[in-house]
Design a protein around this ligand. Structure first.
Ligand SMILES: *Cc1c(COP(=O)(O)O)cnc(C)c1O
Length: 452
């Protein structure tokens, strides 16, 4: 597959260069030149596979000739060695052979090693990038800005890989306690993964990373590579689980429509979903659900896009005022807001609504949602109420394990939130972190002191 800049179709690159360069030379975001379009018969074959094998079949369309089917299957089986369940609040699993009598499911994408859906993209991207670097004998320095979950997933995916150094930039005090400890305990002292606490917001972290990539001298000096969702290697794998999950849901309930709600921030997850739908995944409509940082909801309402500074909320991974995949969505729909609206319905919720919903569902069913997933489920409910619809399969994308937000959730449900073993282990370790002013000069000096 070849890729082009969203700003100019004539600026093209192979998969390798699109992945390693992150941004096109004209500053645009890379987009695949085409999306495969699967027939219903091909889709049925994909739906009968397990997730990792389905992912490998899909991935084959997006990489280059250096990755054959066998190596992609091995890569995906290694990357996706965890469960991808769809469950009701009462714990019934959606199984196409034995569907429960239910319509409201959480697609739990948080059973990977860092307990958030970011593992799906990071583990594919990490393995693909490392395959390319082993082939060419190069080095890369990965800069990743994180609002909490991306950094952990990228750090874990690249830990101890030859030829790669990783610097994770997070907003000081802007991520949960558990997330912060997780970010600052990846690997041992002296490992290739380092955490940097930035004196600023997530938008500042993201802006600093963008500034670094726009600086050709700095990019060349440190061989910088981005692992944020500006990188197309992050977005493409996020289409895989939409294809697979929608096929499971359709197999279980062939006569029902399928509506999927995506709790969103940078819109990378939704972009993956929209690509899957374009490839033929049987998804009738997306609901995009935001916290109060909702410029995309305004865009859907009146066609005007007004990015703005972010406001901190309970669902901190979605505290994004300038979603960096917005241009990709426009590009997919040729800038036609009515076409976007036909695929996506959007809404947003404040922290009080989110906390109330978490508490109510927990008290009524015992199911505990992370704040992001709760925003997603609220969006689905709002869509159902608004459209007065009942005959559909409703899926909310569960983006993180609730224990990652134990500090805020314990105050909401007034109950203990037990930590699963990987998090308990991180909490017991001593954090390793440096602090940084949000300026390009400070970042350059820090990289030089660590790498040169
Ligand atoms: C990253 C993240 C989101 C937002 O995903 P985007 O692709 O940025 O829209 C939602 N929930 C959690 C838990 C996340 O880590």
């Amino acid at each position: 597959m070849r890729y082009h800049s969203h700003l100019d179709r004539s600026v093209e690159a192979e998969f390798r260069d699109a992945l390693l360069a992150s941004l096109a030379p004209d500053g645009g975001l890379w987009m695949p030149n085409s999306l495969p379009r699967f027939t219903p018969e091909q889709m049925a074959t994909l739906g009968a596979m397990d997730f990792a094998d389905c992912a490998a079949q899909l991935a084959a369309h997006f990489v280059d000739a250096g990755f054959d089917t066998g190596s992609l299957t091995a890569l995906c089986r290694d990357a996706y060695d965890f469960a991808v369940p769809m469950t009701t609040f009462s714990g019934e699993r959606l199984d196409p052979a034995m569907p429960p009598d239910a319509d409201d499911f959480i697609l739990e994408l948080f059973h990977g090693p860092t307990l958030a859906f970011k593992d799906f993209a990071a583990r594919f991207m990490g393995r693909a990038a490392s395959t390319l670097m082993i082939r060419s004998g190069e080095r890369r320095t990965i800069l990743v800005a994180t609002s909490g979950d991306t950094g952990g997933a990228i750090g874990d995916a690249f830990l101890d890989q030859d030829g790669v150094d990783v610097f994770i930039l997070f907003p000081m005090g802007g991520v949960s306690k558990v997330q912060e400890r997780q970010l600052c305990t990846i690997g041992e002292a002296g490992s290739n993964v380092r955490a940097l606490a930035l004196d600023g917001t997530f938008d500042d972290c993201q802006a600093l990373v963008k500034e670094a990539f726009a600086d050709a001298a700095l990019t060349g000096r440190f061989q910088l590579m981005s692992a944020n969702s500006i990188n197309v290697g992050r977005v493409v794998p996020q289409s895989f689980y939409y294809v697979w999950a929608s096929l499971q849901a359709k197999a279980a309930y062939p006569m029902r429509d399928l509506v999927i709600s995506v709790p969103s921030g940078n819109l990378g997850n939704l972009t993956g979903g929209l690509m899957a739908r374009r490839m033929g995944a049987p998804i009738d409509r997306f609901v995009v659900s935001h916290n109060v940082n909702d410029p995309f909801v305004d865009y859907l309402a009146d066609g005007e896009y007004r990015p703005r500074p972010s406001t901190p909320t309970l669902s901190n991974a979605m505290d994004i005022g300038r979603p960096n995949n917005f241009p990709r969505i426009l590009s997919l729909f040729g800038g036609d807001v009515d076409a976007v609206r036909e695929a996506v319905w959007g809404t947003s919720f404040d922290d009080a609504q989110t906390a109330r919903h978490i508490r109510r569902v927990y008290q009524e069913t015992g199911y505990l949602m992370c704040p992001h997933t709760a925003v997603g489920h609220l969006g689905l409910q709002a869509f159902r109420d608004y459209h007065d619809e009942s005959d559909a399969t409703w899926i909310t994308v569960g983006t993180a394990h609730p224990a990652k937000f134990a500090d805020s959730l314990e105050a909401i449900i007034r109950d203990d939130v037990p930590l699963p073993p990987p998090l308990a282990k991180a909490m017991a370790q001593k954090p390793r972190v440096a602090t940084l002013a949000p300026t390009l000069g400070a970042l350059a000096d820090h990289l030089a002191s660590e790498l040169e």
